[in-house]
Design a protein around this ligand. Sequence first.
Ligand SMILES: [Zn+2]
Length: 225
Amino acid sequence: MPVLVTLDTNQPGEEVALEMKAYPGSKMLDQLKANNRAWAEGKVADDTAFFSRHENHQSPEYLWIGCSDSRVPANEIVGLAPGELFVHRNVANQAPPSDINYRSVLQYAVTELKVKHILVVGHYGCGGVAASLQDGLSGPVDQWIDPIREVYKQHRADLDKVEDEKERLNRLCELNVMRQVQNVASDKYVRDAWEHGQEINVHGWVYNLGDGLVTDLDVTVSHSS
Ligand SMILES: [Zn+2]
């Protein structure tokens, strides 16, 4: 049965009508559905309790805050299975104190899941970081990456000394990660947890799309002082 809905859009005074339905004899995304069945069957074939083990709870030790880039698949990169990594991804791995989405994830990870490690993971060649250096953007993404422009301004003297454009962008990717580590480490939920003796380490990593390896930027924060 089709469901018809009329919704307000995020443009004032504008409505959009949507029809939501199953497409008869649907061939849409059949390959992905087949992939999914094969994946689930393969997991159970190797380990009968693979899904049932985590069905009613999760207890990951790690929170990953990374970029949405399709080339940076969190679980795969660090070899962790479902249930082992709590994940938040957005454009250019931001952790802005004003973002309710990121902060909800952080709150839940710290106060309920009690993760021991928070990994802020940027990547070299990040399109979001590169876009912050260009003019002509508009819309939400322009606003979203604005904090990276602040990072650039703060480090402008050093960054401008780097002649190679790619190298300069990669340095800004690293500085952006460091800034987000500071944001996470100064968050109320993280500081409260430290005050109550909870072990949390906030790490800054950067991933190399060219060889699949992460580099630890050695900027770990383990307590507030
Ligand atoms: Zn990116």
